[in-house]
Design a protein around this ligand. Structure first.
Ligand code: HPA
Length: 282
């Protein structure tokens, strides 16, 4: 609408994120130890929060709404293993037509809330042999092929540096904690590089061969912009991919979103256990 267009031109991302954070603080969401972004089909973790309260995204000032099937669009606040957790069920994607500032607005709000770390989860296609359907992969690093960077445009120094370092986007300490949790639970944890693409079409087999050559182990349509923005603000980041399908051309069968949702459903028990194990070790 014209009103929201004007508002977005006049009010900075910093001010909008601050307003949303203040609103959330006033609604019982302050003092969180970690925020967890739940990817396609992985939203059920939010039901495992103790003493939780749920806020529809639509109620939060300036918060963008997602319309993708499998993305619920709500923020849960509660506790897991004695830690205060914010669970973000549903995210908006660049392929929906949202710009990358909108895609990463939730991260800006987490930063302004003072949340010290985020766990970014996603559904992804498996490229390397150890990332077969149903595997859980800790993201060691990413390759951003989404075609844009969320930090492009004027830099707001109140968030962070113009040229932030990306040597360790995904915290070595948090990655080690994920391994520990996996060992303790007897949940297999893979490691690999996530390549972020725009989508929404799935990749061609030639693109997957190219990504394999580039060093990618899994491919998906999210996470990298959020990780960049979280690091811009100095938050620690952990990324976990649920490998919901073999990437295009690995097998002859065509890809379908229903396979993504089905696999996420099958893996969710292990996935939730791993998240709880990680949060208990923070
Ligand atoms: N490609 C891109 N994104 C995805 C995939 C895939 O194969 N599976 C789940 N998200």
């Amino acid at each position: 609408s014209w009103d929201s267009y004007c508002e977005h031109r006049i009010v900075s991302v910093f001010d909008r994120a601050t307003a949303a954070a203040e609103w959330l603080r006033g609604h019982g969401c302050g003092g969180a130890d970690v925020a967890v972004v739940l990817g396609s089909g992985l939203g059920d973790f939010a039901d495992h929060l103790g003493g939780s309260l749920t806020i529809p995204y639509a109620d939060i000032p300036h918060w963008p709404a997602s319309r993708v099937i499998g993305h619920a669009g709500k923020l849960g606040a509660g506790s897991v293993a004695g830690r205060r957790v914010l669970a973000l069920s549903g995210r908006v994607h660049h392929y929906e037509g949202h710009d990358l500032q909108t895609v990463t607005f939730a991260m800006r709000v987490m930063g302004r809330l003072g949340v010290p770390r985020v766990i970014l989860t996603n559904a992804a296609g498996g490229i390397s042999p150890n990332c077969s359907r149903g595997a859980l992969m800790v993201i060691d690093d990413h390759i951003n092929l989404m075609g844009g960077n969320p930090l492009a445009g004027p830099n707001d120094e109140r968030f962070g540096l113009r040229f932030p370092d990306m040597t360790n986007v995904y915290s070595p300490r948090l990655r080690a904690i994920a391994d520990e949790a996996g060992r303790a639970l007897d949940v297999a944890v893979q490691h690999g590089v996530y390549v972020a693409v725009l989508g929404p079409s799935y990749e061609t087999p030639a693109e997957i061969r190219a990504f394999r050559t580039l060093g990618a182990d899994a491919v998906g349509m999210s996470t990298a912009p959020e990780a960049i923005v979280a690091r811009h603000m100095g938050l620690d980041v952990l990324g976990i991919s649920c490998i919901t399908n073999a990437a295009a051309g690995v097998f002859p069968e065509p890809l379908h979103h229903s396979e993504v949702m089905e696999t996420a459903q099958q893996v969710k028990g292990q996935f939730i256990a791993l998240l709880e194990g990680i949060i208990g070790r923070l």
